[in-house]
Ligand binder design. Structure first.
Ligand code: MRU
Length: 370
């Protein structure tokens, strides 16, 4: 997608320096556009853990490039020592964030690619090739989510006779959360680019405000009309016919269709059900957990209390953090919740749209049948 008219992805190899990976450090958005260099695996791990990068597909891609950085610096004495260092690096990267399954998927994909290759330098090359392939595949999957999902918006646009289609989204499941295009935003961008009038209600998404800071910024960069709302507004909007559909992303979806996504998604799904508003989840297949039947078993990340107790913003041209709560009040920070499959109208994937259940998902991905 474009930033000030220039095309960007969220992660790439530094031009002229293939030993450096570059990311957009999203902590500074929307107030500053900062590019960060990653040269060691530990920096990639910190970037994931401290959310310089975030969003399930991008966490996976960053972990894959992190393994490439680990390979560049792993011991060269013997292949066994190299392999051991790579295994340790994968464990280190895996420990950064627990909920998005893309992390384990990407790490396993890189490690599996290395297994089939003999010789240390060939393994380093394979790590880079696989990380780049993962990034390309994720970008293409998101583009295809747009191709499949745009019809859902077009259908409503026809019924509304040219009035804008109002879409509510939660958190940032845009291109910043992915490598390009986004998941929830891919159909929105496709509709906007096709001249279909759309308007997006952007949930602010406390405590880290991914909606207010990131989704609003990227929609604005692309010229998509949008309005930021406080997290609790969605139910009111739905009761008054001001939301035609909800589209969200996910960090892990079970093969039975239960959806883990940013905290607060479940409440939006409940409100959508109560108001007959369509509730869609957009995801690449790298976000499906093929081992887990019950969404209640998805590990839910708990982050530090300071994220709830403080809020960040621009003060006199500088990003500052201010205390919101009594200094001594304890705070709990559950980062994700699970929306049961029966509240989800359909999943939008790179292979098409399916019901959020085992039959629907395996119908699109028959090779995963056990
Ligand atoms: O904590 P974050 O910002 O990594 O959470 C991101 C989300 O919850 C997104 O909705 C999800 O990863 C889908 S991204 C396309």
């Amino acid at each position: 997608m474009k930033v000030n008219g220039q095309p960007y992805r969220t992660i790439w190899l530094k031009p002229g320096n293939p030993k450096t990976v570059q990311i957009i450090d999203q902590r500074h958005l929307p107030h500053a556009f900062v590019i960060e260099d990653l040269t060691h695996m530990e920096e990639a791990a910190t970037a994931i853990k401290d959310m310089h990068v975030r969003g399930a597909p991008l966490i996976g891609a960053t972990a894959a490039f992190g393994l490439y950085l680990a390979a560049l610096h792993a011991p060269r004495g013997s292949e066994a020592a190299f392999n051991q260092a790579m295994q340790a690096a994968a464990e280190h990267l895996h420990a950064t964030r627990p909920t998005a399954i893309n992390l384990a998927w990407a790490l396993n994909t890189v490690l599996a690619a290395l297994e089939g290759v003999a010789g240390i330098e060939a393994k380093v090359a394979a790590a880079l090739k696989t990380a780049e392939q993962i990034a390309d595949d994720e970008a293409e999957a998101c583009r295809m989510i747009g191709v499949h999902g745009v019809g859902l918006i077009t259908r409503i646009a026809k019924l509304k006779g040219g009035q804008p289609v109002n879409i509510l989204t939660h958190c940032n499941a845009g291109w910043l959360a992915c490598v390009d295009y986004g998941t929830a935003t891919a159909p929105v961008y496709a509709a906007h680019d096709a001249g279909i009038p759309v308007h997006v209600w952007v949930d602010e998404t406390r405590p880290r405000n991914q909606g207010a800071r990131l989704t609003a910024w990227e929609l604005g960069q692309h010229g998509v009309p949008h309005t930021v709302v406080a997290d609790n507004v969605g139910g009111h909007l739905m009761q008054h016919g001001m939301v035609d559909m909800v589209i969200v992303g996910t960090d892990r979806t079970t093969y039975t269709g239960d959806v883990a996504n940013k905290i607060g998604t479940y409440l939006k799904a409940l409100a959508a059900k109560d108001n007959d508003v369509l509730f869609y989840v957009a995801l690449p297949s790298s976000t499906i957990d093929w081992e887990l039947r019950d969404g209640m078993e998805i590990p839910i990340e708990q982050r530090g209390a300071e994220e709830v107790k403080h809020i960040q913003g621009l003060v006199d041209g500088e990003i500052k953090s201010v205390l919101l709560t009594p200094a001594d009040s304890p705070a709990a920070n559950y980062a994700f919740d699970v929306t049961p499959s029966h509240l989800v109208d359909a999943l939008i994937t790179e292979r098409g749209i399916c019901p959020a259940n085992e039959e629907g998902i395996l119908g699109l991905f028959p090779e995963k049948k056990k």
